[in-house]
Design a protein around this ligand. Sequence first.
Ligand SMILES: O=C(O)CCC(=O)C(=O)O
Ligand SMILES: [Fe+2]
Length: 274
Amino acid sequence: MVRHFAADASPTDIAETLAQDGAVVVDNAASAEQIDAVLNEMEPYIEATPGGADDFAGRNTKRTGALIARSPTARELVMDPLVRAVTDQVLGHATNYQLHLTQIISIGPDSPAQSIHRDQWAFDFFSFPQGYEVQCNTIWAGTDFTEANGATRVVVGSNRREDKLKFAFEETEPVEMTKGSVLIYTGSVYHGGGPNTTDETRVGINITYNVAWLRQEENQYLSVPFDVAATLDKDLQRLMGYARGAYALGYIDDVRDPICVLNPDAEAGLGSFT
Ligand SMILES: O=C(O)CCC(=O)C(=O)O
Ligand SMILES: [Fe+2]
C-alpha cells in the first residue's frame, strides 16, 4: 500500500519512504480553495483541449499545460514548500533541478487504463543507475481519486526493480486520495493513469521536477510568454529554467546566467535548492 503522510510530516521521512516505495501521498497538502482556483483559472483552456493523440496519452484524456502562464494559483503548487523540501532531497545528488512539466490531466468517462511505465523513460529510455533519481513528480488531486474514476495506479517498490519491465494490471494498486492531496512519486516507479469507469472526469494536476542537466519536458521558455516570465518571482524563474544546469549548461552569450534576460541586475547563481 502507498503510505499516507499528514501535511506537517517531515520532508526527510517522506524522502526516505520515496527511496523505499517510489510513491507516497500527502493528505490535504493543498486547500480546496487553492485547487478550485487553479481549476477555475484553467477552465477555458481545459475546455479547448482536444483528447490525446494516441493510446498512451489517452484518446479521452485531456492534457492541458502552461500552468505557470495561465494559472497564477498553480505557481503556488509549483513552489509548494513541502514538495520543494522533498525534491531537494530526492534530487540532492545533482547540482540543481528544474521544472519538468505542468499539466492538468483530465481522464474522461469510459477511459481505459494507461500502460504502466516509468516517467524517466521520457529520456529516450536511457537506463539510469538504480537510486540515481532524475525526477521527483507530483499529481495533485483536482477531484477525489478513486479506483473507479481513474486514480493513478502504482507498483509500490518498483523503483528498485529492473528497467523496462512489464506489469499486469493486477500487480498495480490504485492511489486513492481526497481532492487537495498530492501523490509524490519518483521517475523510477512504475505507474499509469487508471481506467475511468464512472461518468465523471478525474482531474489531476501533474507538476514534475527533473535534474537540470537533462532537458525539460514542457519547454517553459516558449510556454510562458516572456512578458509574463519577467514578472515572476526570481526563485520561480530559476526553477523554470532561467538558470544554468550544473556549471555551464544553458548559458547565454558571454557565459552569462540566463536569468539576466529577465532581470538584468540579478546576481548570478544556480539556485534551485530551497
Ligand atoms: O493521470 C495519471 O494518473 C497518470 C498519468 C501518467 O502517469 C503520465 O501521463 O505519465
Ligand atoms: Fe507517468
